[in-house]
Design a protein around this ligand. Structure first.
Ligand SMILES: Nc1ncnc2c1ncn2[C@@H]1O[C@H](COP(=O)(O)OP(=O)(O)OP(=O)(O)O)[C@@H](O)[C@H]1O
Ligand SMILES: [Mg+2]
Length: 266
């Protein structure tokens, strides 16, 4: 079981007089094998919450558990359970070394997680090719540098790198927002495919409620670091109970709705 459970989580930045609380009393669960959306306006604490799961922030209160084990803290079971969690960021460049071929980057991720132990070079290469194929990239491109790829292709490499670690849980933080609309769909379809194929538990952070409605079974809504509403994505998005969720839904542009002004042609 790989449930991801947030229990009364509170996170602060800074210390002493400069400390400010950015996440307060957040509780919700991403059930094993499901995709839960996390939405809320910019600065509401979505990334902070996800980063706490991989140990980049330590909550000052509450618990974060994966499959029943507390992941807060650096030692013992916390560290080993955290290895089953991978985070994918908005900007694929942040996880790819510009001077390393994409194949070498993926191979490095295999090594970090101990998957290359006892395997010879040819076996590692064939794993890299399998991962590239899984994300829809031609294995013949393994020798390419990140700069030789498009933004969408780089994001696929970032996904392949995350999958190299054989995670049970993926934290996807705005993974398509740096991409052209035309390739966003391809990357999201890929995410859905691997989620189903590998039965992954996914926390999907996004500003795009239309995508969340389509991709996620459930959604949690954050406002100023607090959870204001959670439930089945279609229910929450189609019939929001909280005025804040209502505003978020209202802000989603619809086809035929002018993006600027009162119907001004653009
Ligand atoms: N390293 C940091 N030090 C101090 N404050 C921070 C730090 N990182 C984020 N914050 C603050 O914490 C709050 C939550 O930030 P966070 O990045 O989690 O928001 P977010 O919901 O992911 O926003 P966005 O949708 O813009 O990515 C913001 O007010 C932000 O200014
Ligand atoms: Mg963020």
């Amino acid at each position: 079981m790989s449930d991801l459970v947030f229990e009364n989580v509170g996170i602060r930045y800074g210390s002493g007089r400069s400390a400010h609380e950015v996440v307060r009393g957040v509780s919700f669960t991403v059930p094993s094998g499901r995709t839960v959306g996390l939405v809320g306006e910019s600065g509401s604490g979505k990334s902070t919450l996800a980063r706490a799961v991989v140990g980049l922030h330590e909550p000052y209160t509450g618990r974060i558990r994966v499959g029943g084990t507390d992941v807060v803290g650096a030692r013992g079971s916390a560290a080993s359970v955290r290895r089953t969690v991978q985070m994918i960021f908005q900007d694929a460049n942040s996880c790819l070394n510009p001077r390393m071929s994409i194949g070498a980057s993926i191979e490095e991720a295999l090594a970090v997680r101990g998957r290359s132990a006892g395997r010879d070079r040819a076996q590692r290469r064939s794993e890299v090719c399998a991962l590239l194929e899984m994300v829809g990239l031609d294995p013949a491109r393994a020798g390419d540098l990140p700069m030789q790829l498009s933004g969408g292709q780089r994001q696929r490499v970032a996904i392949a790198r995350a999958l190299a670690a054989e995670p049970r849980i993926l934290l996807a933080d705005e993974i398509t927002s740096a991409l052209d609309v035309s390739v966003q769909g391809t990357v999201l379809n890929l995410l859905m495919r691997v989620q189903q194929r590998l039965d992954l538990t996914v926390l999907f952070i996004s500003h795009n409620l239309a995508v969340v409605r389509q991709l996620c079974e459930d959604v949690a809504v954050l406002k100023d670091g607090e959870l204001v509403e959670a439930g089945p994505a279609t229910e929450v998005i189609d019939h929001p109970q909280h005025p804040y969720t209502h505003e978020l839904v209202r802000a989603v542009p619809r086809i035929g709705t002018p993006l600027f002004g009162d119907g001004a042609a653009i």
